[in-house]
Structures are given as structure tokens and as C-alpha cells.
Design a protein around this ligand. Structure first.
Ligand code: HEM
Length: 201
């Protein structure tokens, strides 16, 4: 429970800020949405976060490109079956390559681009009904912590973007922020993300 909850949530937050710092247009747009609404408050709560459709699209796009569990959790087939002409014996371990599905050019336009707007124009969601987007899996083994995970990411990300301007350290340019991944069950950023947090004037 602890690994499934903490590792995934923290990895997603690091990937979200990584994607935003690499895409200043999106960073500006999402911060404007949050700050126009937030005004002079100190902290945004769960109710206020429901007014941020673009930030929710940013989270979806982060979970599309940088899903923390790229192969979901392994399954095992109970019965022999045939899929696309291939015979799959009973008791075969099955890995679902959600990473590849979520970057499939037959499904997604410009799949490698971080473009949250794609979710403003579509009803695709990660609740397990749309098999193009399954960062929490689907079916009976779908992540039981999805609601808590999403609520945590929303409130943390909204407040990090509301309270701070995020800048590159002196001497670094955007291209220095890489997206290399560590091997492992949870997909973490290989090189730590080091940014300067400034309180906006
Ligand atoms: C961004 C946040 C999270 C992501 C992306 C995520 C993703 C996943 C995925 C892909 C699976 C496997 C589902 C499948 O194979 O169909 C899973 C399983 C699981 N998750 Fe999450 N998770 C997140 C947060 C959480 C949280 C907050 C909790 C607990 C509070 C949690 C608890 C679990 C547990 C216990 C399982 C195993 C369920 C089973 O095998 O029956 N997860 N998660």
C-alpha cells in the first residue's frame, strides 16, 4: 500500500513539474488559470481545485507520457486462448505495455508532444473505461487508490504552481532538463530535478 501510494504520487509530481519547465507555454497558461482564480489566498483547498480544468488536463497529459507504472501489474491467463492468431497457453504471465499504448501514433496525434489541450477537446479519461489511457490500469485489478492519488496530485501541484515561480538554476537552459528514466517497477526520473523556487512579487 505504502509503495503503491507514495512512490507513484511523488514520481507523477516530479514528472509534471519536469514537463512544465520544459514547456514554458503550458507552465504560463496553467499558472494563469490557478492564479487568476486564487487571488491573494495563502492556500488552495480541494473545492477550489475543481475550477482548474487546464491543470487537470496537465495531470492527464503527465500520466499519459510519464505514467509511473508503465507495465501496470502482471497478470496470469487462467485458460488457453487465441489472440490475433497467437495461441496463448493457460498460466502465461501477461504484461500490458501501457507506456506504448499511451504513445501509440495510431491513437494519439503527435504522441511525443506534451500537449494538455488534447484533453480539453476529448472525453478520454483515466478511469479505466478508455483503454487508450490506462495509467491506473483497468478491470478488477484497477488501482484502488486512484481517487486518493489524483486528489493528492491535484492539491499538491496546484499549490506548488500557485505559490512559486519555478526557474532553472543559473547557467542551465531548458534542454539541460532531460527526461531519462530509471529502470524499476515505478518509473522515476533518472537525474534529480533541481529548480529554483521563487515567491512571485
Ligand atoms: C498517481 C498515482 C497512482 C498511480 C498512477 C497508480 C497506478 C497503479 C497501477 C497502474 C496499478 C496496477 C493496476 C492494474 O494492473 O490494472 C496500481 C495498483 C495498486 N495501487 Fe495504485 N497508483 C497510484 C496511487 C495509489 C495510491 C494513492 C494507493 C493507495 C492509497 C494505491 C494503491 C494501489 C494498490 C494497493 C494496488 C494493487 C491492487 C491489486 O493488485 O489488486 N495506488 N496502481
Amino acid at each position: 500500500m505504502l509503495v503503491a501510494a507514495i512512490d507513484t504520487t511523488s514520481a507523477t509530481l516530479v514528472w509534471a513539474i519536469t514537463a512544465l519547465i520544459r514547456n514554458p507555454r503550458v507552465m504560463k497558461k496553467v499558472q494563469e488559470e490557478i492564479r487568476n482564480y486564487g487571488g491573494k489566498k495563502d492556500f488552495l483547498d480541494e473545492n477550489e481545485i475543481q475550477n482548474f480544468p487546464y491543470m487537470k488536463a496537465v495531470i492527464k497529459e503527465t500520466l499519459r507520457l510519464y505514467l509511473p507504472a508503465p507495465l501496470l501489474v502482471p497478470r496470469e491467463s487462467r485458460e488457453e486462448c487465441t489472440i490475433s492468431g497467437y495461441n496463448i497457453p493457460a498460466n502465461t504471465i501477461v504484461y500490458v505495455n501501457a507506456w506504448a499504448i499511451q504513445r501509440d501514433p495510431n491513437i494519439w496525434k503527435n504522441p511525443e508532444e506534451f500537449y494538455p489541450e488534447r484533453f480539453l477537446e476529448s472525453s478520454i479519461n483515466f478511469l479505466g473505461q478508455d483503454f487508450e489511457l490506462i495509467p491506473f490500469g483497468a478491470g478488477r485489478r484497477i488501482c484502488p487508490g486512484m481517487s486518493l492519488g489524483v486528489a493528492s496530485i491535484e492539491i499538491i501541484l496546484a499549490n506548488l504552481l500557485f505559490s512559486f515561480d519555478w526557474k532553472l538554476p543559473d547557467g542551465l537552459v531548458i534542454d539541460d532538463i532531460d527526461i531519462e528514466m530509471l529502470p524499476g517497477i515505478t518509473q522515476h526520473k533518472k537525474n534529480p530535478l533541481c529548480l529554483v523556487a521563487k515567491i512571485p512579487m
